[in-house]
Design a protein. Structure first.
Ligand SMILES: Nc1ncnc2c1ncn2[C@@H]1O[C@H](COP(=O)(O)OP(=O)(O)O)[C@@H](O)[C@H]1O
Ligand SMILES: [Mg+2]
Length: 303
């Protein structure tokens, strides 16, 4: 897969505050990355740097191998974004706003606009004047505008803010659709962790301007899983794992957890039964993103 976005050692200082501290991340074609962190962590600042809205910073941002510092003009063909509340011409309808943006970005085919309007499910209000829109309506019109020309990169800052919860799955479906079908790389921030978990291939945890962890959420890319073994012969199972040099964690008098590659599990269970160690149950211990987040972030009150 091609890398379309690379953030290289980006640091941003406001006065005495280091708002972004040596941030590194990269995005490939069609990949959806979540950016998760408490208020004030630096999510919006990072997105503004990537989209060229903030021009003074240390480090480099490459879009398709080109340093954006060398670009004179903000290139809407390469990057679409919704950051903070999108601005529209209030006396134009949503559709007219889209037509206007289509024209300035050189998009001629109205069918594409109609398709996006339909896919996003905004037909019901797209012919009303933009000044009558709620925040959620603006957010979705903003997404429509950001993807009009199907840019290779899409940046969405908390796009579910102000959205009716019933609409959120629709937006999620749309974002997955453009990532998969249009090969768009998407960077999306959200404080709703379950949203990120349902939508993203990867998640970057950011705290006080530092990316503290980037984790894959794709099953196939995980090489270890935490497996629970339940047995009435815990001592024997312990010595089995000791012999195998596998680390385990005891949980109660009949259970332990082992981190291992899931591909090894079948053979491992066979060898355990060959040793006549009775196993009552074997299962994967799933960690929700929320648990991961809490573990990574500590118990931050703003989270
Ligand atoms: N223009 C600015 N001037 C000074 N400080 C700013 C400015 N913009 C953001 N900050 C500070 O930078 C930090 C990160 O802000 P922001 O990127 O908006 O975080 P997030 O989007 O994760 O909530 C905050 O402490 C904020 O107060
Ligand atoms: Mg923000």
């Amino acid at each position: 897969m091609n890398e379309v976005l690379k953030v290289n050692d980006v640091t941003k200082v406001y006065g005495k505050q280091t708002v972004l501290d040596n941030v590194n991340l990269s995005l490939k074609q069609g990949e959806i990355m979540g950016l998760v962190g408490p208020n004030g962590a630096g999510k919006t600042t990072l997105m503004k740097i990537i989209t060229g809205l903030i021009k003074k910073y240390d480090g480099d941002v490459y879009i398709k191998d080109e340093d954006i510092k060398n670009k004179k003009k903000h290139n809407t063909k390469q990057i679409g974004c919704v950051i903070e509340t999108p601005g529209f011409y209030p006396d134009l309808t949503g559709y007219e706003n889209l037509l206007f943006f289509a024209e300035i970005s050189g998009l001629k085919d109205k069918n594409e606009i109609n398709e996006i309007v339909k896919k996003l499910g905004i037909e019901s209000y797209v012919n009303k004047k933009a000044k009558k829109y709620s925040l959620g309506m603006k957010q979705r019109l903003g997404v429509a505008q950001a993807v009009l020309t199907y840019p290779p990169i899409l940046i969405l800052d908390e796009p579910t803010n102000g959205l009716d919860p019933a609409i959120v799955p629709e937006l999620r479906k749309f974002i997955k659709y453009i990532a998969k079908e249009k090969k768009t790389a998407v960077l999306i921030s959200s404080h709703i962790l379950s949203e990120i978990e349902l939508m993203c291939d990867k998640v970057a945890f950011i705290q006080e301007g530092k990316i503290i962890k980037i984790e894959s959420l794709k099953k196939s890319e995980k090489d270890t899983a935490v497996i629970a073994f339940v047995t009435s012969k815990l001592e024997e199972l312990k010595s089995f794992f000791n012999d195998k040099k596998l680390n385990y964690k005891i949980l109660g008098e009949d259970k332990l957890h082992v981190a291992l590659n899931p591909n090894e599990l079948e053979n491992l269970v066979l060898s355990i039964s060959k040793k006549n160690i009775p196993i009552r149950s074997v299962y994967e211990v799933k960690e929700s993103l929320e648990q991961k987040y809490l573990k990574t972030m500590g118990d931050d009150k703003n989270a």
